[in-house]
Design a protein. Sequence first.
Length: 275
Amino acid sequence: MKPRIAIIMRDDEIIKKFNLKRITVNTSYGPVHRCYEGVIYGVSVLIIYGRFNGEKVPSSEINFQQTIEVVKNKNINKLIGTFVVGGIHPNMPQGSVYVLGDIVGMGNYHIHWNQNVPFHNAEMYEPFCPMLTEKLCEASRKMPFSVKENATYVSFNGYPRIETKKELEFYHRQGWDIVGQTCDPEATMARINQICYAAVAVQIDDPTTREEYILSLKKNEKHQAYVESIKSCRKRTSQIVLQFLKDYQEEACPSCKKMSRKNNNFREFPDYFYE
Ligand SMILES: [Zn+2]
């Protein structure tokens, strides 16, 4: 069965529960082994297990193009990204969940562009697919926890690090919701490839818990394990994705496919200057 939708998600329990089969998808960057295919609530899906293809690298070196090429090579034109993110707002605690509505890019990503392929910048005025986003919002409204819709994700590239106190204060003053390192390049590559893309995120820390953590170190207190909380936070975005699949009905998207800014006639200068 041809997968209808791809999901970037690290959830071992879902892979086991729905008996998804691991497959390898070839790309021009080499094979990607972390793919799982199968059917969830009647929808055939391709799960891509996270964004790292075996390499241990900081976020700026993740090959986002390779992941998007997996989706393209499987002839799928819909993609959901799930994210664990950092909190910005002092009143939004660890475990808060979001459907993304916009991105603010704080830069410093790089991609490897094949110079034989004409280049164009992605049209990102509306960075997420309106149709998929609405479906994620509908699924979110059925959750036993509250989900903030239309959230603004600041994409910040660590060097490698997470945000300073002043950066978080600055983002908060701007009214932005959450911060992470991977959504901007992924959403942009999806758009360049005319793939419908939407995203959900869960917050694994907040300014207060980060401050408490530093304080506990200073006082030599033992701090609660961090990795366990990431796992329980991830469950919330998985729950939304499962509900989304349960309710899923194929629907034509009004815009993403048409949003192409291909520039096939690029010339460095007019021909008559060759004289
Ligand atoms: Zn779309």
